[in-house]
Design a protein around this ligand. Structure first.
Ligand code: ADP
Length: 326
C-alpha cells in the first residue's frame, strides 16, 4: 500500500485554504492508502509565539482536523513533537542539504524580507519538512501548490543522502506531490494566498454570521464597478470559491449571471455562502461533539503518535546503520 504523509502548522486557525488545498484530499485518501497526518508544532515555533497559545492551537488544530473528517481508524494523526526522531533526522539532513537551494526558496525570501531579525529555523524549515516526510519513507504528499518548491527540495535531499549512504538501494523514496484542483486559494483581500499568517482567511469552524461578515466585503473582479457591468468570472476569487464549494450546475449559472450582469457581486456571494453552509454544517456539528468529548481528541493523537514512533524508530535504525552510528 502506498504511504502518504502531510503536515499542517498549528500557527493559527484551520482555514478553507488549508481545507481545499490539502485537508479535503487527506479525508478522501484515508482508507485507500496508508495515511499519516501530522500537526507540525516544531515548524510553528519559527515565528515568536506564546507557549500557552501553542498548546491551545495544537488542540484546536487536532479538533478541526477530526471535525473535517480525519478518521483515526483509517489514518494516523499525531503531533510532531511527540516523535523526537523528526528533529534527529532533520539534523542529519542539514549535512546534505544544499545551502544555495535553501536560500532560493520563495517562502524564505518572502518571509525573511518581512522579519526584523531572521532566525536559522526559517532558512532550515524545508529540511525539517524533508525529515517529516522521509522519516516515514512516504511516496506521496497531498499538499497545496505553495509547498511544491519545498517538496522538490525534499527530493533533492533524499537523492543526496541516498547517493552518499545508500547508493545501491535508495533507502529513501523521492516523494511526489498530490495536488487537488483547488491547489491555491487566494485570501479574501484578493492579494495573496489565504494563509494563517496573513489574516485573510475564513476559518473552517466559523459561524455563518462570521463567514458572511468576511465574504460581504471580499474582493471580486476589480473591473466590475457597477452592478450593470458584466464581469469576468475567471478573474474573480469568489467564482473560484464557487468552483470549490458549489455544484457544477450552480457554477455554470454563476458564470452566466456574472458575465451577463444578471447578478451583482452580492447576489453571487449569497449563493456561495449557501453552498459553503452545505459543506460546513456537518463539520461544525462534529467539532461541537468533539468539544464535548475532549478524550476522543487525546485518544486519537495518542494512538497516532504510538504508531508513528514505531515507524520512526525503524527508519532511524536504517539511517544510523547506513551512516556508521550503530
Ligand atoms: P498556512 O500557510 O495557512 O500556515 P500551512 O503551511 O500549515 O498553511 O499548510 C498546510 C497545508 O495547507 C499545506 O498542504 C498547504 O499547501 C495547504 N495550504 C495552505 N494555504 C493554502 C491555500 N491558500 N491554498 C491551497 N492550499 C493551501
Amino acid at each position: 500500500m502506498a504511504r502518504i504523509f502531510s503536515g499542517i502548522q498549528p500557527s493559527g486557525e484551520l482555514h478553507i485554504g488549508n481545507y481545499l488545498g490539502a485537508v479535503r484530499n487527506w479525508v478522501a485518501l484515508q482508507g485507500t492508502v496508508d495515511a499519516i497526518y501530522c500537526i507540525v508544532d516544531y515548524h510553528a515555533i519559527i515565528a515568536a509565539y506564546e507557549p500557552s497559545q501553542l498548546r491551545e492551537r495544537r488542540r484546536e488544530m487536532a479538533l478541526g482536523l477530526l471535525a473535517a473528517g480525519i478518521d483515526p481508524e483509517q489514518a494516523s494523526l499525531f503531533v510532531q513533537s511527540d516523535v523526537p526522531e523528526h528533529t534527529e533526522l532533520a539534523w542529519i539532513f542539514n549535512t546534505v542539504a544544499p545551502l544555495g537551494e535553501l536560500e532560493r526558496q520563495t517562502q524564505f525570501k518572502d518571509k525573511s524580507q518581512r522579519m526584523e531579525s531572521v532566525n536559522a529555523g526559517l532558512l532550515n524549515y524545508p529540511i525539517l519538512q524533508a525529515a517529516d516526510i522521509l522519516l516515514y519513507r512516504a511516496d506521496r504528499v497531498p499538499v497545496g501548490e505553495d509547498q511544491l518548491q519545498h517538496l522538490e527540495l525534499s527530493r533533492v535531499i533524499a537523492r543526496r543522502w541516498n547517493a552518499q549512504f545508500s547508493p545501491e538501494t535508495n533507502f529513501f523514496p523521492e516523494p511526489e506531490a498530490w495536488l487537488t484542483p483547488t491547489r491555491r486559494i487566494m485570501g479574501l483581500d484578493g492579494q495573496s494566498k489565504m494563509s494563517k499568517s496573513t489574516g485573510n482567511t475564513i476559518g473552517l469552524l466559523e459561524s455563518p454570521e462570521e463567514i458572511w461578515a468576511k465574504l460581504r466585503p471580499a474582493v471580486t473582479d476589480p473591473k466590475r464597478i457597477r452592478k450593470t457591468d458584466p464581469g469576468t468570472p475567471e478573474v474573480c476569487n469568489i467564482y473560484h470559491l464557487h468552483k470549490a464549494f458549489s455544484a457544477p450546475a450552480v457554477v455554470d449559472h454563476v458564470a452566466h449571471q456574472c458575465s451577463t450582469a444578471g447578478w451583482g457581486c452580492l447576489d453571487c456571494k449569497k449563493v456561495l455562502a449557501e453552498s459553503m453552509e452545505t459543506e460546513l454544517v456537518p463539520i461544525r456539528r462534529r467539532a461541537e461533539m468533539l468539544r464535548a468529548t475532549p478524550e476522543a481528541v487525546n485518544d486519537a493523537l495518542a494512538t497516532g503518535a504510538a504508531r508513528c514512533r514505531t515507524l520512526a524508530r525503524e527508519t532511524m535504525r536504517g539511517v544510523r546503520d547506513r551512516m556508521g552510528f550503530d
